[in-house]
Unconditional design. Sequence first.
Lengths: 112, 115
Amino acid sequence: SQELEQSPQSLIVQEGKNLTINCTSSKTLYGLYWYKQKYGEGLIFLMMLQKGGEEKSHEKITAKLDEKKQQSSLHITASQPSHAGIYLCGAELTGSNYKLTFGKGTLLTVNP
Amino acid sequence: DTAVSQTPKYLVTQMGNDKSIKCEQNLGHDTMYWYKQDSKKFLKIMFSYNNKELIINETVPNRFSPKSPDKAHLNLHINSLELGDSAVYFCASSQGGPGNGETQYFGPGTRLLVL
């Protein structure tokens, strides 16, 4: 089974709608990273969360870390076509020798 | 100003060939990584070097050999390419090693197709 589960696997929304992507770990998290990937491009770093309850925002994207649930959520407000892409969560997990483990990603499509 | 660059961007080759992918970072980082993203988009670490020393070596066939001539470069050489090696290979770098809350910055990827 996956150490990092992302949900949903894919998401289609109308422009202007809000959406949430979740990332849940089966192990203790030491650091949680959100990246965005567009086809033909590398991973673009969005945010990093380390402490339980931590919340960070960048433009219309907000990420939170719930340490107790070992989960992070990424929330996009008033989505735009430019938000489309694959969102990947990565985490440093206990027992993984601090390697960055990634989820399978969430494919986001924003229809104009 | 490219932070992490990879060459080539696309690589199409025949089974059995030997090929290399190059990676360079101009961020002054000490640690570099190679990841493989398979057809299911699953991204998994292969190797990590810190100041030219190997620190992470996942279960990867020994046909894959990373080489770090200096801390700004980490190249990946693949011998006897197989169909299953087809994937996107990403290079990344970070200031410190993994486990220190260091953000990894990724290159654009090299799309390898083995025929």
